[in-house]
Ligand binder design. Structure first.
Ligand SMILES: Cc1ncc(COP(=O)(O)O)c(C=O)c1O
Length: 412
């Protein structure tokens, strides 16, 4: 088998990595999803790495990479830069193996991720506004101290560690036809795709691997078109875990070899998927971990047969969760924020309330104000937050208000 692999770890490497990480990582559950199966039209299973130790699959690569360091390297310690999941994975792995770890995080890193990384025993330095600035600081630290840099995706031992997840998926669902995998730099998908394809080939089977990127940071399609890893301008995305502007070198070669297709999803689609996973599957998943489910719900993929959706992480801080829930509700038109100009006469608020109640919608918040620049002196504005049952119900509420002469503006 070793000879037949053109790029990256062999199946033997993946099995050895699995032995190395076995004592640390959980074999996470594989759940059925009736809601996603109904949308895709074939069975969908959720691989719950959101329930993995440290809250994401990242610990697999970190443990494998750190376990393979020489004694001298272990004594020098390790250094990494990350805004979240890689930081936690490296910190946890370092503690397990008794290796000193320094993690550079951007100043605005989410508090729960910062606290978890410190809690696992790493020394955390807050440097820079972006991960790129933290990376530069980590590189300088490595130069100064000799600490070994642990790249989040572009290293063969990281890829072999992430690929252990491919082996677990195949063991749990040897009948699968396809797997949907989130992509940032490509460490996760290169390992999973290579391991699962090499393993399935032993049984004479073929598994289709589809990567999913955030539309605001989709570096792979232009890189594949150009034939080389290509840096792209990115925009902010709620899927911060996969906000990477350039594929890794090794990862790019492996994706070219093993990945069948790549699609992208918008933040609205990801927010809606997060809500479905929360409401229907009772799973807390972070935005980067939910893009596979989003690809199904948004109709970006089809004809996949029996499909495993890899939920790669669950580290979402409560403030973000609150924002994503309201965004997801708004995107699926179950939460309407309306601005309605009203003549400044008694009884107008009661009329609007009656219309909304008559339409069976629930008022969540009301703000009645005269202080909006666009208003005339004889007008007030009513800001109304309403819960509806979905797009049709939302349209019915708007139509009922318009039929009574009001001019609601949807503001979300
Ligand atoms: C939750 C989650 N999913 C997916 C990824 C993508 O990983 P990669 O950069 O290896 O493609 C990351 C990366 O940090 C992540 O945190």
């Amino acid at each position: 088998m070793r000879d037949r692999v053109r790029v990256g770890p062999t199946l033997v490497d993946f099995h050895e990595a699995r032995d190395r990480v076995a004592a640390t990582v959980h074999v996470t559950p594989m759940e059925n999803s009736n809601s996603l199966s109904a949308v895709l039209g074939s069975p969908v299973y959720l691989k719950c790495e959101n329930l993995q130790r440290t809250g994401s699959y990242k610990i697999r690569g970190a443990v494998n990479r750190l376990a393979r360091l020489t004694d001298d390297e272990k004594t020098r310690g390790v250094v990494a830069a990350s805004a979240g999941n890689h930081a936690q994975g490296v910190a946890y792995a370092a503690r397990e193996l008794g290796i000193p770890a320094t993690i550079f995080m951007p100043i605005g890193a989410a508090l729960p991720k910062l606290q978890a990384t410190r809690h696992y025993g790493a020394h955390v330095e807050l440097v820079g506004v972006t991960v790129a600035e933290s990376l530069a600081a980590a590189a300088a630290f490595s130069e100064r101290t000799g600490a070994v840099r642990i790249h989040p995706f572009d290293h063969i031992d990281i890829v072999a560690g992430q690929g252990t997840l491919g082996l677990d998926i195949y063991d749990q669902r040897p009948d699968l036809d396809s797997v949907l995998v989130p992509i940032g730099g490509g460490g996760l998908i290169s390992g999973v795709a290579s391991a699962i394809k090499q393993r399935a080939a032993l049984d004479g089977r073929r598994v289709r691997v589809v990567g999913v990127q955030a539309a605001n940071a989709a570096s792979y399609p232009p890189s594949l078109a150009a034939g080389v890893p290509t840096e792209i301008p990115t925009l902010p995305t709620i899927a911060d875990g996969i906000l990477v502007n350039k594929p890794g070198e090794l990862n790019f070669e492996m994706v070219r070899e093993y990945v069948d297709d790549i699609v992208a999803v918008t933040d609205d689609e990801t927010a809606q998927a997060l809500l479905v996973l929360l409401e229907r599957a009772k799973l807390v998943v972070e935005p980067a971990g939910a893009v596979g489910a989003a690809a199904i719900l948004a109709g970006r993929v089809s004809d996949l047969g029996s499909t495993v959706v890899l939920l790669s992480g669950g580290n979402i801080d409560p403030m973000m969760m609150e924002r994503v829930i309201s965004h997801g509700l708004a995107a699926s038109e179950r939460y309407l924020k309306l601005r309605i100009p009203l003549p400044d006469r008694p009884g107008q608020l009661a009329r609007v309330s009656a219309i909304v109640a008559e339409a069976n919608a629930n008022v969540l918040e009301v703000l009645h104000t005269r202080h909006n620049g666009g208003l005339q002196i004889s007008q007030v504005e009513l800001e109304l937050h309403i819960e509806t049952r979905g797009p049709e119900h939302a349209d019915a509420v708007l139509a009922a208000l318009r039929a009574e002469g009001f001019m609601p503006r949807v503001d979300f």
